[in-house]
Design a protein around this ligand. Structure first.
Ligand code: NAD
Length: 341
């Protein structure tokens, strides 16, 4: 009997609904050619649902996530005004303790990258640090943000990154600013060094956050697994995505011990809303990461192969790749390749 996975789908804002629909088409083709079923269950979350529910993450959506095996999430708009709701993605990561944000960075055929044949992964601590957004106004014109770094959170993300490195090229680079942030990054560094003792086959080195932003451009082939704190990881992974070909291709996984949420690295790109122009590959690759996480590695590989073949042929190229193809053209091309496999 075939297995059924319950998947929560949050389409999000801006280009989210278009690229998520494109992904569902690819997922359904994958399901047709595999031995499992996907029970897709749709939920509301994001900026658009504040007017409808008074929040960007309604309780019903949290309940939906709780009864599913994984979540496929489109990008969501987060307003920047003081007092606006905290990002829905940040809330979900916290509620479900999705402590490792995993962003694979590899080159694709026919896609311009800084150097050829790159393949590395950024692992970002996902629950604390400056990105948690804990800040307040101490006095008019004086704002204070907390950068909370704990041994517990640093240790579990380091453990995750070392295990990943063991399955890959066995090289881990940890990134910090320990010369300035001696206490918080001191805790992070100590945690990584402690975990390293249990993974003797992995070669370990470290870089300061400012140095790695330069090294990623100068020598990206040096890296295998990069592990860092939340905000540093946010910045480094966008840079890394551009180094290998751009945000339109970059997928991310948010992994905890009991749940996973899968999303594109990019945001809602509001200026392209409803234009059928965005590249859906980012979230299609996120769906592949989701299937792999659920134990359906063969189906995930099928999607990756289909994406690689479409890019390799070079006939269907969205505007970010220098072409004129639409979101639906790209989805159709990838779907056709999946069906042929
Ligand atoms: P963005 O990633 O949405 O867009 C930056 C630029 O990247 C776009 O203008 C576009 O040129 C390009 N781009 C992004 N995705 C693309 C795609 N699929 N195809 C082709 N080109 C693409 O970043 P932003 O403009 O800084 O943020 C917009 C909104 O998204 C903000 O409200 C921000 O808070 C939010 N955001 C959400 C998430 C998330 O949901 N996890 C992540 C990042 C940003």
């Amino acid at each position: 009997m075939s297995k059924t996975y319950n998947i929560a789908v949050l389409k999000g804002d801006g280009i989210g609904p278009e690229i998520t629909d494109a992904t569902i088409q690819v997922l359904q083709a994958t399901e047709e050619t595999s031995n499992f079923k996907l029970n897709l269950q749709y939920g509301d979350a994001g900026f658009y649902c504040i007017a409808k529910h008074g929040t960007n993450l309604p309780e019903e959506t949290v309940a939906l996530l709780r009864r599913t095996d994984a979540c496929l999430k489109g990008p969501m708009t987060t307003p920047e005004e003081v007092g606006a709701p905290v990002s829905a993605a940040v809330k979900i990561r916290k509620i479900f303790n999705l402590y490792a944000n995993v962003r694979p960075c590899r080159t694709f055929p026919n896609v311009e990258s800084l150097k050829p044949n790159l393949d590395f992964v950024v692992v970002r601590e996902n629950t604390e640090g400056l990105y948690a957004g804990a800040e307040f106004l101490a006095a008019p014109g004086v704002g204070i943000a907390y950068r909370i770094i704990t041994t517990e959170a640093s240790t579990r993300v380091a453990e995750f990154a070392f295990k990943l490195a063991e399955k890959r090229k066995k090289h881990l680079t940890y990134v910090h600013k320990g010369n300035i942030l001696r206490i918080t990054d001191g805790i992070f560094k100590d945690a990584v060094k402690t975990v390293a003792k249990n993974h003797p086959t992995v070669t370990v080195d470290d870089q300061h956050i400012d140095a790695i932003t330069m090294q990623l451009i100068k020598k990206p082939e040096f890296f295998d697994v990069i592990v860092t704190t939340n905000l540093f990881g946010d910045i480094v992974s966008d840079e890394a995505a551009q180094v290998v070909g751009g945000l339109g291709l970059a997928a991310g996984a948010n992994i905890g011990d009991t749940y996973g949420m899968f999303e594109p690295v990019h945001g809602s790109a509001p200026k392209y809303t409803g234009m059928n122009r965005a590249n859906p590959i980012s979230i299609i690759m996120a769906a592949a990461l989701m299937l792999d996480h659920l134990g359906e590695g063969e189906a995930a590989a099928k999607i990756e192969k289909a994406v690689t073949e479409v890019l390799s042929e070079g006939k269907v190229r969205t505007m970010d790749l220098g072409g004129t193809a639409t979101t639906t053209d790209m989805a159709d091309a990838i779907t056709a390749k999946v069906r042929q496999s």
